[in-house]
Design a protein around this ligand. Sequence first.
Ligand code: G3I
Length: 305
Amino acid sequence: GSTLQAAAAESGRYFGTAIAGFRLSDSAYTTIANREFNMITAENEMKIDATEPNQNQFSYGAGDQIVNWARSNGKQVRGHTLAWHSQQPGWMQNMSGSALRSAMLNHVTQVATHYRGQIHSWDVVNEAFQDGSSGARRDSNLQRTGNDWIEAAFRAARAADPNAKLCYNDYNTDDWTHAKTQAVYNLVRDFKARGVPIDCVGFQSHFNSQSPVPGNYQTTLSSFAALGVDVQITELDIEGSGTAQADNYRRVVQACLAVSRCTGISVWGVRDTDSWRASGTPLLFDGNGNKKPAYTATLNALNAG
Ligand code: G3I
């Protein structure tokens, strides 16, 4: 294939990107996005603060704009994200206990119902575990509603959109030896054993010098896949430049291609200047839309697989 999406499709995988709604008026941006990617994640527009700014008043305009752009261009959509400790609207930040539990489940139900039938995979729950060596849940208002909040969210999502794949999504879960990775693994194993609906695990894969692509990345992907879930690389970006950055992208693609249940890769933005890492150069296109060595390495690795 001569584009990322075409090359990935040769092995039945997708290749996606995050899209920011306010950039859809930039034709240099949409030209690259339309040409290279076939799976779209809204970078911010389907988060809780965007979709339910006031309790029980839902706001789908910004999310719909991205979904409509994707679908009218023949692309699929990853939903991001239904339940998260971050980017909560003010009203939710101030809630707790059973009122918050009900509000969270209502949010999951309403948003998943609105987008029912249009979402390939939902990040149902995002970033629920602590960093570091504890392997514990992250403290949050949602966690304080009871340890079963994650499975409650997954059951509500399944009921609202039975055909969407339901994912748990997190970062710093790429190194198989990390406590956080093992904690997520144990959650997924427990869900599968008890019949809690879960179909996929998203590995955000934000890499930099502090958290490089681990040597055991493929082991992590294959170990989760062996639990009977798909794995997806959901928010890939890798700090650096030139050959070193290209080599890291190649390693990530090769790890995914080596795992049959690794069904797709999404990068977290189109050009370096679109990245959430304000001063970084972690993506596949430079600010002028030129293909970087990391692009060529990614494309070649996809074509070799
Ligand atoms: O839209 C407002 C704008 O009206 C306001 O003037 C401006 C002033 O700060 O803020 C704008 O909102 C910002 C938004 O991005 C849109 O640009 C928020 O402040 C800013 O916090 C927000 O950052 C996003 C971040 O998530 C928030 O947690 C990034 O764009 C987005 O790339 C990032 O994505 C996360 C994933 O959801 C989860 N995994 C990690 C990843 C990177 O942090």
